[in-house]
Design a protein. Structure first.
Length: 313
């Protein structure tokens, strides 16, 4: 599907899910129509709530849905069943998911991953229109694998995660010893809390905190002494880059280690962010690269003298 939709502006594909945007409402709708046309060519249907995410331009999910319904490429009758099957097919290998059950169960789908000896049970909440926040992004999985491969420990570290989504990365960081604050936009916090409840034993629950943090808006309510900042697939919206950088600058000091794991989508400015914008204030190096998936893990530290020795994580 990635190659089928590759040349459409503002469109990215994650496994069987499509993320779509446009410079303005008209171009957004044009991109959507083009996506639907090409899917139709190969007789693929789309489920707007679960497989097609329209971001930006205030194109509400219902307008996207309307366009999809209009083009008759949506199957309502089968959507729940396919939704379960789709998740089961989505990440073979390390993962399996819950089998179809009641309607309520179907709106919350659990997938399981094994990292660093921990089985993570991650639930995606389809009932609250969370859009891209209800996807477990490949970059998140790559960052978890990186922690495993590099035997990263967060023991005794004060950690904050930006754009946690389902919370998979922050949850692993708690299980690896960190005192972790998982953050995202307010609407996403219930999903994160749900996943923390499912994965973090009561004995270490106090090592987790969930807070609303909107980049560029309320970072000043957070401290500036984090040892580690984490972010997976948070670099995809050029309009948000200045706010994201402002947030990173506020939260970090010269001893903070920042791991950002990014899918290198050229059309969404990832190269510009990492190669031009980040280096204005930070040192940055690629510490892991997944060539097939075009995903890089960057280790980033703030420019300037360190307070006590060099950053260590
Ligand atoms: C592509 S998802 C990645 C989710 C998760 N980190 C993962 O790898 O699966 C990006 C996340 O960033 C959050 N986000 C986007 N813009 C944001 C902003 N301006 N402030 C705070 N969070 C934001 C979204 O709500 C979403 O959960």
């Amino acid at each position: 599907m990635e190659s089928l939709l590759k040349s459409i502006p503002g469109t990215v594909v994650f496994q069987d899910e499509i993320l779509l945007t446009g410079k303005d409402t008209d171009s957004h709708l044009r991109n959507l129509e083009e996506v639907l046309k090409r899917l139709d060519r190969i007789k693929l249907m789309v489920f707007p709530d679960q497989s097609l995410y329209c971001i930006r331009q205030r194109l509400t999910s219902s307008r996207c849905k309307e366009a999809a319904w209009r083009s008759r490429r949506v199957s309502q009758a089968q959507s729940s069943r396919v939704c379960s099957e789709r998740t089961m097919q989505a990440q073979p290998g390390k993962q399996h998911s819950s089998s179809p059950g009641s309607k309520e169960e179907l709106s919350k789908l659990e997938s399981r991953y094994l990292f660093c000896g921990n089985t993570l049970k991650i639930t995606r909440d389809f009932s609250s229109n969370l859009g891209i926040s209800a996807i477990i992004w490949e970059a998140g999985l790559v960052l978890c694998s990186f922690f495993e491969q590099e035997k990263i420990s967060f023991s005794g570290k004060k950690v904050i995660e930006l754009g946690s989504g389902t919370g998979i990365v922050g949850i692993l960081a708690i299980l690896l010893g960190g005192e972790v604050t998982l953050t995202d936009q307010p609407i996403v916090l219930n999903q994160i809390e749900f996943n923390i409840d499912k994965n973090i034993p009561a004995a270490i629950k106090q090592h987790s905190k969930v807070s609303a943090l909107r980049w560029g808006e309320n970072q000043d309510q957070f401290p500036t002494d984090y040892d580690v900042i984490l972010g997976s697939d948070i670099v995809y919206s050029p309009q948000d880059f200045p706010s994201l950088l402002r947030t990173l600058r506020h939260l970090s000091n010269a001893n903070t280690v920042i791991y950002i794991c990014s899918k290198m989508r050229e059309s969404m400015g990832a190269m510009n962010f990492h190669n031009k914008l980040v280096p204005q204030h930070f040192n940055s190096e690629i510490v892991h690269r997944n060539e097939d998936k075009e995903i890089n893990v960057y280790k980033v530290t703030k420019k300037g003298p360190s307070v006590v020795g060099q950053p260590q994580v």
